[in-house]
Write a protein that binds this ligand. Sequence first.
Ligand SMILES: Cc1ncc(C[n+]2csc(CCOP(=O)(O)OP(=O)(O)O)c2C)c(N)n1
Length: 704
Amino acid sequence: MATTTTTVRKSLTLSREIMVGAYRTMLLSRKLDEKEIQLKRQNRAFFQINGVGHEAIQVAAALCLRTGYDWFYPYYRDRALCLQLGVTPLDMLLGSVGSKDDPSSAGRQMPSHWSSPSLHIVSLSSPTGSQILQAVGAADASLYFARVREAAELSHSFHEDEVAFVALGDGATSEGEFWESVNWSSNGRLPLVYLIEDNGYAISVPTDVQTAGGNISRLLRNFPNLLTVECDGTDFPAAYEACVQAVEHARQRRGPALIHAHVVRPYSHSLSDDERLYKPERLRQQEAQRDPVIRHRQYLLEQGLITEDDVHELESSLDREILQAVDQALAAPVPDPETLHLYLYSPSVDPTSERFDHPPRFHGEPKTMVDLINACLRDEMARDPRVLVFGEDVADCSHESDLAQVKGKGGVFKVTHGLQRQFGSARCFNTPLAEASIVGRATGMATRGLKPVVEIQFFDYIWPAMMQIRDELTTLRWRSNNGFSCPIVIRVPIGGYLAGGAIYHSQSGESIFTHLPGLRVVMPSTALDANGLLRTAIRCDDPVLFLEPKHLYRQTHNRSPYPGPDYMIPFGKAKLAREGSDLTIITYGSLVVRSLQAAKALEKEGLQVEILDLRSLQPYDWDLISASVKKTNRALIAYEDHVSWGYGAEIAARIADELFEFLDAPVRRVAGKDLFVPYHPVLEAAVLPQPEDILRAARELAAY
Ligand SMILES: Cc1ncc(C[n+]2csc(CCOP(=O)(O)OP(=O)(O)O)c2C)c(N)n1
């Protein structure tokens, strides 16, 4: 379908109720901004960002959408939109003062970061643009539920014609994630409505510097299925007509629609900004002429829809309403620091608990790690229609019509082979080469109750998704005070020892992720552990980074028979890989087998080495580490990543702190050099830790 672009002119006749109701919300929004500015100046609020100049388009958009039915990913300026959707002035003011009763975040987030599960307003974060890919995921969920009816039956919120809505500023359209989103949503014909609130500036940077050619909707006109509608967002009737067109396009499943609304920002970016420093007076005067609240009032008066008396009465009644809400908000309880740890993880599903300890029922021949990860994915997809798999190259064949003629790809390591063929293309599919999109979209889908198990093709290429992981995935539950969650699983082949992997196919870096609160991080070293831990990851209710040492994928030493469809290992439980009394090696991933090799050699020298395979890196099994070190009085931490600032530093520090009096030798680390992994096998072997390195360190510690 060719792209459609419309420049909206007023032609709809709107009822008095809509016209006057819209004015009420616009004015309420304006007055709330002014009140919050006052509270900030009095130090009774701690941050303020305003929606002044954006009110008309926001109210229009909210009126065309369905609250508690459609899915909303607003921007921080969307006060009028949220009011129209049903957030109350008191709710907003409780956010301003950061009260415990703030329904968006209980005082954890800045004001104007609204969140309401009942209204389907998904908690905002502060990065400009990172909400967009999640809105794509929410829209994607609509199509998924329509295609996979068994999943829809398990959803309490699915409606056949629902749409997702996302708002952003002109500046945020420069983010790569915006462009990824447009590519995905137009190609997938997603029911997504974009609202670009173009106030001409991103803080001090004007649109012509921000956007090639200075007009974002003009740039978007060649995207298929995407309707772009440009309007004067300060003119309520024109704004309303634009929104009607856009929402209808998405609701009728013709594809995404983008409203490009020209608005103004007369109160500067925020209270920390003074636009007179960079915006000439001439421009400010012009913008003042387009104040949407004044324009709409003028329009209503001219059309005889209200009188001056009505205006005054409305003003007074809103002032009274706001004052009452301010009094209530100022009297509301402050948050209790004791509650800070609440909702970092699911409060109801504990993956470290016995519930996730389910014994194996072995049958069949020994299988590799690849086989048993694949088996677990098949089991879980069969068990629950909400489990789906996507990523780069994970499907057997993108074009389903060719599937019968080919063997199928199923991932560059074949871990997902056969899933598309068995479960269909809705449940296992290829994505564009865009890692932020894979994680962002999965996050949005999980917010809607799906369970995406996505693959990042190589750990080396996870970095484009880092913003989504660090600022969105890990924070959503905590920042919304348990209002929303996104328990996805990200599977990632990791590490070196491949011979030839070089810098960009051998990276480690797990400590960068164990450093993130809100994320579970797992790294199995055997086929059996991979199977049991992946099932726990899928059935638990937290986001999980599932790291698969790709060097171990097809080894014979770590194979296992299939353990059955319910085998699970709780997180935070290490495995005693070898018992000993003279030294504890704390390790995981590819270093487990190397430690075992070293231990065998040391046995001949009379040293009994105990080896703990952590398996689960966050949380980790401190109890077992502690018991073992208390027994052996010596600790060596062996891991593949760079030695400095790595995972071993945390373990070593804790041993030094809590087990000092039990130690008979220093705590030592054996790990990769602080270098990149090079191509030639001789160089690679010199960078990555080898059994001889472990041997040497163990001997030294034993002799200390
Ligand atoms: C990713 C990111 N970079 C920088 C910032 C700091 N910042 C906050 S708002 C803003 C400007 C956003 O401009 P625009 O998207 O046009 O929205 P507007 O504020 O004009 O409504 C910037 C740079 C941020 N929050 N997130």
